[in-house]
Design a protein around this ligand. Structure first.
Ligand SMILES: [Zn+2]
Length: 328
């Protein structure tokens, strides 16, 4: 539950644009909130929705305590629809269902809101359906699309939305907060690199699976450097064994990405940005084996691998290809 005052401290620019919109009675038919994970997109979507429905607002600040506010928080408001991927993707049927719901007048008013989480996961058919829906705007319907990857959304959809860029949070402040809560500097740096959310970071720090994930990433680097002929074996025996579902694999790839970013920081003397603080020796070894150009290529390969995992490509195959690209 966030207020406009709180959101203004997290995302000042977006908050200002949205609150000005309310004050001037110019609320858009469709918004696209885009930016990294943990930057407050969902909280902002929820707050915007409450501001539209709450009848006990003070200025534009929703009361957070009426029936409308409570039901929006619990996801039970009859005129507010949240859509998120059903499995890997958002399917055409989900958009059709939404459209059908919206042909009825509102349960309690004509105001309706739908929020599409991870909108980049829409299939082509779902995107085309949504586009049609956006093309016939209803005065009292507001669409809010959320994504970490706005480039994967159809240009025709983007052009119909008011685009709102969510900026990464102040990482130094978060890192200090984590260290105040007892995390070591090395752990705090790593958590800040992976999430912008304090409670997620605290949880991740205590997670045993995650601690092992880190070890396996470092082991993979070691194998790639010292025994490259065994790397595919390592992928099958250790990596795939630990990173089982797609979400876990994405986390493994995020860690690998951080390692190669560290190599760039190491090479450019930006030691303060290094996440794997206690791996200096291994990093120096990496710098001898891999050129800076190669490391840049590897960063791109890891990003491509992440994309493929998101697109349902066989994970073992993606990891094999990536390993070979790193070794090249
Ligand atoms: Zn309220």
């Amino acid at each position: 539950m966030k207020t406009w005052t709180e959101m203004a401290s997290i995302q000042p620019l977006v908050s200002k644009m949205l609150t000005n919109g309310f004050k001037q009675n110019r609320v858009s038919h469709a918004y696209l909130f885009y930016g990294p994970k943990g930057t407050g997109k969902r909280a902002m979507g929820s707050l915007l929705t409450k501001t539209l429905f709450c009848k006990k607002k003070t200025d534009i600040e929703p009361c957070q305590d009426c029936k409308d506010c409570h039901r929006i928080d619990s996801g039970n408001h009859p005129d507010v629809h949240w859509i998120s991927p059903d499995g890997q993707t958002i399917k055409k049927e989900q958009i059709l269902h939404l459209q059908k719901e919206f042909t009825y007048t509102g349960m309690e008013s004509n105001q309706k809101v739908y929020i599409i989480d991870q909108a980049d996961r829409m299939t082509t058919n779902a995107s085309n359906r949504l586009l049609k829906f956006l093309e016939e705007p209803n005065k009292e319907t507001t669409a809010i699309l959320l994504t970490e990857n706005s480039q994967s959304i159809l240009q025709t959809i983007r052009s119909r939305c008011q685009m709102m860029a969510f900026k990464p949070l102040n990482t130094v402040a978060l890192q200090n907060q984590l260290m105040d809560k007892g995390l070591t500097e090395a752990n705090a740096r790593l958590m800040v690199a992976l999430t912008n959310n304090l409670s997620d970071a605290m949880e991740l720090d205590k997670d045993e699976w995650f601690a092992n994930a880190r070890k396996i990433v470092v082991q993979l680097i070691e194998v790639l450097q010292s025994k490259p002929e065994e790397s595919l074996l390592f992928i099958h025996n250790s990596w795939m064994h630990h990173f089982k579902d797609r979400e876990q694999i994405q986390q493994g790839l995020d860690l690998l990405l951080l390692w190669f970013k560290d190599l760039i920081y190491h090479a450019t003397g930006n030691e303060a940005l290094i996440v794997f603080m206690y791996e200096q020796e291994r990093m120096e070894k990496s710098a001898l084996i891999w050129s800076r150009q190669h490391i840049t290529n590897v960063l791109q390969s890891i990003m491509d691998a992440k994309k493929k995992i998101g697109q349902n490509v066989n994970p073992a195959l993606v990891m094999e290809q990536l390993t070979l690209q790193i070794q090249r």
